[in-house]
Design a protein around this ligand. Structure first.
Ligand code: XMP
Length: 321
């Protein structure tokens, strides 16, 4: 069944929050639901919505998959503690890195993250908690792009004819699925989340694995994680929709301490966009880009080349895999 979009102009935030809270509460009844908080605006909004609807009968977890940004588990747990929501951290790093071992194809990497998340990690958590429902922050752009065959977004199932109940043993509730990113930000603000959260740039479900070309290893993730921190620090003043560092697979010849260094390449992308359906590269001042490159080669071990993407979406996509 096609999802009916609620465009930003027709979104009444308070009404939406009340309606969705009622809907969640009537579906879950007096049972228990579970959700994973990744720290992105979609999952933050869904967590607050779920807690508004069913309080502590929503069990919220942060899955530490080893492919998140620097300091993420702790800062998210702290933020939600301040909002009165308890978040459990689940260490699943080994499971994710094992599933990603030897996988180089982009869609297979996405699938490895999806299966590990929904089947191995969540399947067990749901079983242990007695929950029958998973609450998640799928938005309309995720559904569109998956159906169009552009990218298999890790959180889209029913629209692909996959029954989560049969595949994973639980039902999925998606209260944000009629919204795009701009609408979710408004709802997140309406739910009382801080600006640092509702204005946060988007981050993909497959996390930093979407920003490593080729096989994902702990070593490559630690390289792209440092690059990500620098890119976010240096580009946060641009007002861009999203920005990121991508670790390439090919090496290039560089020089360090007067010697040849066959080193790593980081590609920087910075996007202007309204809702991620189309995007154009941000006109970042040259001196900002140069400072960014200087920091990346100085602070990220092994990097000798930094490039800036100047392609539009389409035909590019925002993430690299
Ligand atoms: P692309 O790369 O398809 O990204 O142009 C469009 C927007 O979606 C984000 N993205 C994802 N979000 N699960 C998500 O929840 C995913 O699997 C996923 N892949 C990409 C991306 O960061 C961008 O904002």
């Amino acid at each position: 069944m096609a999802v009916k979009e609620i465009a930003l102009e027709s979104l009444n935030v308070q009404e939406f929050i009340e309606d969705k809270a009622k809907e969640i509460s009537s579906i879950v009844g007096d049972g228990v639901a579970i959700n994973a908080l990744s720290g992105g605006v979609d999952s933050c909004a869904v967590t607050m919505l779920g807690h508004k609807a069913i309080g502590s009968r929503l069990k919220t977890y942060f899955i530490d998959n080893g492919i998140m940004r620097e300091g993420e588990p702790q800062s998210i747990v702290e933020l939600f503690k301040k909002m009165g929501v308890k978040v459990g951290i689940v260490d699943a790093q080994d499971k994710f890195f094992n599933a990603l071992k030897g996988v180089t194809d982009p869609e297979e990497k996405r699938e490895a993250v999806t299966q590990t998340f929904y089947k191995d990690v969540f399947g067990k958590l749901v079983g242990d908690s007695g929950a029958k429902y998973l609450l998640q922050g799928t938005i309309l752009t995720d559904v569109d792009e998956t159906i169009a065959g552009i990218k298999r977004q890790h959180n889209v199932f029913e629209q692909l004819g996959i029954d989560p109940q049969k595949a994973f043993g639980y039902k999925i509730i998606e209260p944000l699925v009629q919204l795009r990113k701009d609408g979710v930000r408004k709802v997140a603000a309406g739910l009382g989340l801080p600006e640092s959260s509702y204005k946060r740039i988007p981050f993909p479900g497959p996390a930093l694995a979407a920003r490593v070309i080729g096989e994902v290893t702990r070593e490559k993730i630690s390289v792209v994680r440092i690059a990500t921190t620098i890119v976010e620090e240096e580009l946060c003043h641009t007002g861009a929709f999203q920005y990121m560092g991508i670790l390439h697979q090919d090496r290039v010849t560089g020089m360090r301490d007067g010697k040849r260094d066959f080193g790593l390449q980081i590609e920087v992308r910075c996007w202007d966009s309204i809702d991620a359906r189309k995007a154009t590269p941000t006109n970042v001042p040259h001196d900002v880009l140069c400072k960014l490159a200087d920091r990346i080669v100085a602070e990220v071990p092994g990097v000798v080349s930094v490039t800036y993407n100047i392609t539009q979406k389409p035909p590019s996509t925002i993430e690299a895999i």
